[in-house]
Design a protein around this ligand. Structure first.
Ligand code: ADP
Length: 387
């Protein structure tokens, strides 16, 4: 590529087998003062290809008619040979229809010989060189992007491995600690006084909390490494919802929260992995109970989605504290937690909703939330009807 220094000439390879035309083109180029051109004339197809291999030209001017061969043949051969010099085709009378073919074969521009002038040559050459410079810049940027992307992938893999190792290393001693607490609570080594029992219950609660966080870490590595596969079958939601509500009933009772369902009587079976949708429901209903004040209500509603035929929508509505509008957009992102959340008695890692959304996505469903601060939130997701 020529330097931006106007004193350094632009090196032009002129491939032209007609001497008169070569003389005219040279004369037109020599009339131009900025940039200056240094012209290297190749008088035949083969001589042109040979010179091109020397790689020291900034641009080529290529006649279309080169004896028994054409400029298109030249372009193809140069291309096969990985010649990178940008080429402008000079087309003669009646060759205009071949312009498209020339451009497709790698020419960066063309000038009909009948229009050839110093101005046209100067403009086409400068544009051509600039175009190639931009292309090279683009390729360099793309390579840089690819490198950055690979580095990011590598970092992500490292983080995944770290999550997995961390989860494993924490889980084993935690399970043992929970077991010892249970042994103490069962009074196997000896009886406990009420204060000791209270403390052990607190320790068990903390172990449970840690265990949930570790499970989230496990889930996230499995999701993100594509190791989580579903076992989807046509299933009924009604018994599953009843089971989840039964499991969470003590939590609702402890806060005097009304926990109820409204399931459409004609609820069709859906395609789901029961254990995974159970996990989603436990998380969403669990959150609803966690963020709803005493004596509030939490409802699980399900029915065919009127806006989306062939889908069932499950909604978990609460009368809790709600989520600020400004935070709703990020709520399903991994590690996201609503800012300054003093009511979060046992905060998680901010992975719960992310995991739920990913599980629903694996079911080809969607997940959404609406919320009004101080009035409550509704988290909902869709599942495909079976059959
Ligand atoms: P974590 O796994 O830490 O519990 P989640 O991803 O489940 O996090 O939830 C992220 C945040 O979204 C919570 O910290 C909470 O602030 C907010 N949130 C989730 N569900 C509700 C809800 N029903 N009402 C109000 N806030 C909620």
């Amino acid at each position: 590529m020529p330097s931006s220094d106007a004193n350094i000439p632009v090196k032009v390879l002129l491939v032209e087998d007609d001497e008169d035309d070569a003389v005219i083109t040279r004369a037109l180029l020599e009339k131009i003062s900025v940039p200056r051109f240094e012209i290297d004339w190749a008088a035949s197809y083969d001589a042109g290809l040979e010179r091109m291999k020397e790689h020291h030209h900034d641009i080529g001017l290529l006649d279309y008619n080169l004896g028994s061969q054409s400029g298109i043949d030249f372009l193809r051969e140069a291309h096969i040979d990985h010649q990178q010099t940008p080429i402008i085709m000079l087309t003669g009378q009646g060759n205009e229809s071949l312009v498209l073919q020339a451009l497709e074969s790698g020419a960066i521009d063309y000038i009909p010989k009948r229009n050839i002038s110093s101005e046209n040559l100067q403009r086409a050459i400068c544009h051509g060189i600039e175009k190639i410079r931009l292309q090279e810049e683009l390729v360099a940027h793309q390579r840089q992007l690819e490198r950055t992307n690979n580095e990011l992938k590598q970092r992500t893999d490292e983080i995944q491995r770290f999550y997995h190792l961390l989860a494993h290393e924490l889980k084993t001693p935690l399970t043992a600690a929970s077991e010892f607490v249970n042994i103490l609570l069962e009074g196997i080594p000896g009886s406990l006084n009420p204060e000791q029992t209270d403390y052990l219950h607190l320790i068990r609660g903390c172990c449970g909390h840690l265990d949930r966080n570790i499970n989230d870490l496990y889930e996230i590595t499995r999701l993100e490494t594509g190791k989580l596969s579903l076992n989807q079958q046509p299933e009924n939601l009604t018994p599953l919802v009843a089971d989840v509500l039964h499991y969470l009933a003590p939590k609702a009772q402890a806060k005097n929260i009304t926990l109820n369902t409204y399931l459409s009587p004609n609820l069709p079976p859906v395609m789901m992995d029961v254990q995974r949708i159970r996990q989603v429901l436990l998380n969403l209903v669990g959150n609803a109970l966690k963020f709803t004040e005493k004596a509030g209500t939490v409802f699980v509603v399900a029915g065919e989605d009127p806006l989306c035929p062939g889908r069932v929508r499950v909604a978990i509505q609460d009368t809790g504290k709600g989520i600020p509008q400004s935070q709703l957009a990020g709520i399903f992102e991994r590690l996201y937690q609503v800012e300054k959340d003093p009511s979060a008695a046992s905060p998680g890692l901010g992975l719960g909703l992310f995991i739920c959304r990913e599980l629903v996505k694996l079911h080809e469903g969607t997940m959404s939330v609406t919320s009004t601060l101080g009035q409550g939130s509704t988290f909902s997701f869709t599942l495909r009807c079976a059959g």
